[in-house]
Design a protein around this ligand. Structure first.
Ligand SMILES: [Zn+2]
Ligand SMILES: [Zn+2]
Length: 177
């Protein structure tokens, strides 16, 4: 038996409840081992469940308070099923929020060069950084935005800046304001 992501999302509350059959559970375990998306969804759900598992939910994650409140008004004793439905939605929101955050910081790395120069710059002058001969930015060793590792040249940050290089907004973020 093989399950896909959608089937996993569909069955995950039963899975956490221990209400899926042996064969389905094995197939889901198999999928969760291989699929990062589904395993982080499950981890997120476990988190929510352990935080709110007593079902006395005092405060709901952002955006869910209204819906939750309505649900509680409709049914003062929410069943485990509706609780898990809510938890799935909450965990999914965390995932979506996470990818927005990633997109946003990726966008930062693509800011036009002029913005770099204007950014407050507190890079330690004798920090060793890496520059390309033809590049405009300097990087910390191990920066994932270094594309061509062959021609990199190590140089002190103050020297790089004197030569007109500006700090990479990704790996030098901690020094920029
Ligand atoms: Zn999956
Ligand atoms: Zn960098």
């Amino acid at each position: 038996m093989v399950v896909n992501c959608e089937q996993v999302w569909h069955e995950v509350s039963d899975y956490l409840d221990g209400e899926v059959g042996v064969e389905l559970r094995a197939a889901m375990d198999e999928h969760l081992r291989a699929c990062k998306g589904c395993s982080s969804l499950l981890a997120g759900m476990r988190n929510v469940v352990s935080l709110y598992g007593d079902e006395r939910m005092v405060e709901a994650p952002l955006g869910f308070s209204y819906r939750l409140q309505r649900r509680l008004e409709e049914n003062s004793h929410p069943t485990r099923r509706t609780f898990f439905g809510w938890a799935v939605a909450a965990a999914a929101t965390v995932l979506v929020a996470g990818s927005f955050e990633a997109a946003r910081s990726y966008g930062l790395g693509r800011t036009p060069r002029s913005a770099h120069a204007q950014a407050g710059n507190h890079v330690p002058p004798d920090l060793m950084v890496l520059v390309y001969p033809e590049g405009k930015t300097f990087h910390a060793a191990g920066c994932p935005f270094i594309l061509d590792k062959k021609n990199l040249r190590p140089v002190a940050a103050q020297e790089a800046q004197r030569e007109g290089y500006v700090p990479c907004v990704r790996c030098m973020k901690q020094y920029l304001s």
